[in-house]
Each structure stands twice: as C-alpha cells, then as structure tokens.
Design a protein around this ligand. Sequence first.
Ligand SMILES: *Cc1c(COP(=O)(O)O)cnc(C)c1O
Length: 317
Amino acid sequence: MHLSSLCLLNENDKVLTTPNSFLATSNSILFAQAKPIFVDICDDGNIDLDLCIKMLEKDSSIKALYGVSFSGNMINQDKLKKIRETFNIKILEDNAHSLGASFNHIKSGSCENSDISIFSFHPVKHITSGEGGAITTNSKEIYDKLISLRSHGIIKTNDMKPWEYEMQRLGFNYRLSDIQCALGISQLKKIDEFIARRIEIAKKYDKAFEGTIIKPLYRDNPNSSYHLYVVRINFTKLKITREDIFNYLKNKKINIQIHYMPINKQPYYKSLGYGNENTKVMDKYYEECFSIPLYPSLKNEEVEYIIENLSAYINKC
Ligand SMILES: *Cc1c(COP(=O)(O)O)cnc(C)c1O
C-alpha cells in the first residue's frame, strides 16, 4: 500500500477513500503526504461511488480514488469504469478481502478499471505468506517504479555493465523473503478450494438467518470471495446490546468481530482534523454490524454450533 501510494500520489493530493476499511488503506495515503477524504459507504459496506462522482464533479482538484472491495464483494466495476472515463484521476483497488472474487466476469486484481490493485497475505486473509502482499497493475511504468522502490530504489538495465546498478530514487527493502514466497505459492494452489468452502459456509448462514432480525450484509453472492460474513442487527428496538452478544458468544468460545471502526474517528485521524465528516450510512452501519467466524477449516459442526448459540441468544431477548 505504501509503495502503491508513492507511485500514484503526489504531496497534498486529495484522495477519496472509505472509512470502512482497515487502517492500512488511508494510512498509505498519509505516508505519501497526501490527503484522504472520507466518503460515506453504501449498504453493502463499499464506498458510495455515486457520491464520489458528485464530489469529483464539484472538485476538480481531487486526484485519486481508493476503494475497498469490502468483505470480498468487489466494488461496482460499471461505476468505476464510468469514473475512469469521465475524470482524470488515479484509481487504486484495495482487494485485500477479494482475492478470487469477480464482478461480471471482471476478476479481482485484473485492474480493468484501476491503475493498481493490492492484495494482503496476512494470516487472516484468503491465502497467507506469513506477512506481506502483492500488487497488480497493467502499467509498465508503475511496475518498473514499484520494482525499484521495493529494493532500495535500485534499477538495472540491459545497457549497463554487468556489475552496474543505479539508484534513481529513495527506496526501501520491502522484499518478500524466499521462505514466505514458498508458503504463498503453495497456498495459492488451494485458493479455489478455500473460496468454495467459504461460500458453502456463507450459504449455511444465509439460510439460518432468513426471516430473523439478523440481516446479512448481502445474501447468496457467488461472486464474492467471502472474506467476511457480516451481519447487521438493529439494536434500537432490542433490550440487548451488541456488547451483550459479543460477551455471551465469547463465553461460548465464539469470537465475533467488528469490521470496521470508522477510520476517520480514530484518535490519530482526529488529531489531523478528521472525524466530523457526514458519513451517516457508515455511522449507522458501525452501530449494527458484526462479523461471524468464517474460514475454510471451520467444520460443519462448528458452523451449527455458532448458528445455534447466536439464534438461541437472540430468541431469548
Ligand atoms: C489486511 C488489509 C490490508 C493490508 O494489511 P497488511 O497488514 O498490510 O497486510 C489492507 N486493506 C484491507 C482492507 C485489509 O483488510
């Protein structure tokens, strides 16, 4: 993310991005001395691209858009295409959740409507290399710059003497180690199997929560890679809070999580003047959402156990 931002952004560039993500998305904008602008989300948890279009129409100084394919559901490629054709901005797709996902036959990471797409291989993601990630791009220029930034800013070309190299910019040691690569390559072979199992589990949840107050973010989406299974409950009419569910399930050894706390309301971002944006949909979403365990090695009995405990608790209230 850091290298991607160094490739795409200049100092003080305004960048539209989402509050509903892991911190890495907007942090990378700050690393490039650029300015994130937090845009509200849609009910599917992804950045509101219609709102982005309105903002781009009003402010021609906006230089980039960083979207996240939240939970494995790719951001709307038709709208992204329209934005790319209409406005002269850089587009990054944070596909950390969406390895293996697609949108109308456009594969996550194909960069059909973006300059750069990133993947994370952190252990919680679809596949892991321990730590690290990958970037995809269709631009030779971006590719060459990334390769050099990854390795101390060094370049080597065919017209140089065999021992020569040139440092043309200040780069980093951001290389993935060989050992991590070996793990990543072996994991990659299992990706279809992993995603098929995730979809299978998601279908069980879909069915179990049908007609209840537990509302999945979306149902039966065969194009999602289901990194997360997010549900929403409107707690305003209930006697229980989300924290009650959290604690009850924790006692049953079931860990639910919240994806995500709004980035713009983090203390560091507040110290930079963020936090008062008009992000009503995000704020309401944050009050209602939680993610239920979803990973390929989850056994059917465990899925049943989670459903039973969650349903039993909600029914009591
Ligand atoms: C995991 C993740 C990242 C990258 O995290 P790293 O710790 O740098 O691998 C970026 N964006 C999102 C949405 C993520 O979930």
